[in-house]
Design a protein around this ligand. Structure first.
Ligand SMILES: Cc1cc2nc3c(=O)[nH]c(=O)nc-3n(C[C@H](O)[C@H](O)[C@H](O)COP(=O)(O)OP(=O)(O)OC[C@H]3O[C@@H](n4cnc5c(N)ncnc54)[C@H](O)[C@@H]3O)c2cc1C
Length: 508
């Protein structure tokens, strides 16, 4: 289960969660009527929890600090994976949750949490079918085996034509009738700042602060923490993952409030040791966390490498044509500051397919890339010699010169020192180019520990009565271990929200 971080060890270092103090406390408290389910965070996990609980007649209150429901799905690609779906059957694909589980354990090299993964994948098809039955339209060629992550053994990976927003549309349409009927109340621009606990530890509600400075106490039979991860909280990220958050690409409300709340209630945090960066962010500057303007996501079966990757010492650190995202990500993890440079020459630039692709800031074409070098844009370096290139880019010059010489020798005789087979051209024709690539993450690896009923647990394994958690708050490390398995945050968040609303709570 990995290293446990307790309330004392983490709270003392983290202090208060940034953003939570932003709304001033008001002297006048007021209390709302008891609800059956209080959902902290109306995003990917929180919305289905509210929908399915309301379908059973529960009175639900959703509190969200943002201006609208939907959470990270506003930014997310919304890629989902589920085995045994109606979509697969319609496409003649035979698949099973067990095969999905086996793939996750294979890809994560056994580091994902078996119980959490089982609960997620054995219930994923019902979630996916429910979305499709309610109008989710996916891309024509879906399901597929994978994109940008290690492929699954079966095509079980699909997403809406409008990414995560496609899912928000379905969830909003299903939630609205319950809001209209008065079963679900929504309190936006309102932060949950505290859990209310009875002397025996049972969570009996929450305290909220809204923008007007009002403090409210809400009593609830069951409280669900579904307030996402901490990728927008640099300090918490560094503390829980022991690494820096370099790229500013995530939902600004992902401040880790659920971690702080669960720890204060007696829960604990696990999974930060699974931290694994994504490969190849081109950032706008070195003022971190920085805007991301492009990516290099190597997938040799689609685009065999023409270039080399080197670290700050000028050394190559992986066989560039290895057909594995996982291998690239793990190799980058070992490099100083999770940073590398892709190095090439004029002949490669002229002949190779486009390498740097656009990302959050919009598309990039080959002319944009050339312009970036010509204009001396940050992260894009060009020089007439390898030594001058190294100096400009901040790479060790003698190391890079030795590496390029070694690569060129291997290229000439077909015997690459790292065993690379795709060796189209030497790096020999000036000018020479380097693009600095940084690690980036979209998700938080550490999360709140729960049991198989999604109850938040103390480090002695006992459940904190009345308190549940779902979504990214459980930590990517539980679903993916130290790896990325396609769709294994969006689908589990939806699924655990659905299960909590549908099955695990007793509203009698
Ligand atoms: C750009 C991007 C792309 C991604 N693509 C994929 C993908 O394709 N597939 C995949 O599986 N995963 C993907 N992920 C991850 C995935 O989208 C998230 O892990 C998932 O959506 C999180 O769902 P959640 O319900 O846990 O949190 P959210 O959906 O973030 O919901 C949390 C909610 O809690 C609210 N909140 C926070 N603090 C408080 C507080 N104190 N009080 C009240 N409310 C609060 C927030 O405003 C938010 O609405 C991506 C992530 C990003 C950033």
């Amino acid at each position: 289960m990995g290293k446990k971080l307790s309330r004392r060890s983490v709270l003392s270092i983290l202090g208060s969660t940034p953003g939570l103090a932003a709304f001033p406390a008001h002297a006048q408290d007021s209390e709302t009527p008891l609800c059956d389910l209080l959902v902290v965070g109306g995003g990917n996990a929180g919305m289905p929890a509210a929908i399915f609980a309301a379908e059973r007649g529960a009175r639900v209150l959703i509190v969200d600090t943002a201006t609208q429901l939907g959470g990270t799905l506003w930014l997310s690609s919304g890629q989902m994976s589920a085995a045994g779906t109606k979509l697969q059957a319609a496409n003649g694909i035979e698949d099973s949750p067990q095969s999905h589980y086996d793939d996750i354990m294979r890809i994560s090299e056994g580091t994902a949490d078996p119980d959490i993964v089982r609960l997620a994948v054995f219930n994923a098809a019902d979630t996916f079918d429910w979305l499709m039955d309610h109008g989710l339209g996916v891309h024509d060629e879906h399901p597929v085996t994978g994109t940008n992550h290690e492929p699954y053994s079966q095509p079980r990976y699909a997403w809406g034509k409008d990414d995560g927003r496609s899912i928000i549309r379905i969830l909003s349409a299903q939630l609205q009738p319950h809001i209209d009927a008065g079963r679900v109340s929504v309190s936006l621009r309102t932060k949950v700042t505290e859990l209310i606990q009875a002397p025996d530890g049972t969570v009996t509600g929450v305290v909220t602060h809204n923008e007007a400075g009002e403090v409210m106490r809400h009593r609830a039979r069951h409280t669900l923490l579904a307030c996402g991860g901490y990728t927008a909280n640099e300090k918490m990220f560094a503390q829980l993952e022991g690494a820096r958050d370099y790229a500013d690409v995530t939902y600004p409300y992902s401040q880790g409030a659920g971690i702080t709340l669960a720890l204060a209630a007696g829960g604990y945090v696990r999974g930060g040791e699974h931290h694994l960066p994504l490969f190849g962010a081109v950032l706008a500057s070195d003022s971190y966390p920085a805007r991301m303007i492009g990516t290099v996501r190597p997938w040799p079966p689609a685009r065999p490498p023409w270039e080399i990757y080197v670290n700050a010492n000028g050394q190559r650190f992986l066989r560039e044509d290895i057909p594995s995202h996982h291998a690239h990500e793990n190799a980058l993890l070992e490099q100083p500051e999770e940073r590398c440079w892709v190095v090439f020459d004029e002949a490669i630039f002229a002949r190779a397919p486009q390498l740097v692709r656009g990302s959050f800031a919009g598309p990039l074409d080959q002319e944009d890339i050339r312009l970036a070098f010509e204009s001396g844009m940050d992260m894009f370096y060009k020089a007439d010699s390898i030594e001058a290139l190294a100096e400009a880019a901040g790479i060790d010059a003698s190391g890079l010169a030795a590496t390029v010489a070694d690569y060129n020798r291997g290229q000439a005789d077909g015997q690459d020192s790292l065993g690379r087979k795709h060796l189209p051209l030497p790096i020999a024709e000036p000018p020479f180019y380097a693009v600095q690539l940084q690690s980036w993450l979209l998700t938080s690896f550490a999360g709140v520990a729960v049991d198989d009923r999604l109850r938040v647990i103390r480090d002695d394994g006992t459940a904190i009565p009345g308190l549940y958690a779902a979504g990214e708050l459980l930590g990517s490390g539980q679903f993916n271990g130290r790896s990325y398995c396609g769709g294994m945050l969006v689908t589990p968040a939806l699924t655990f929200g659905r299960l909590l609303g549908q099955k695990l709570l007793d509203f009698a």
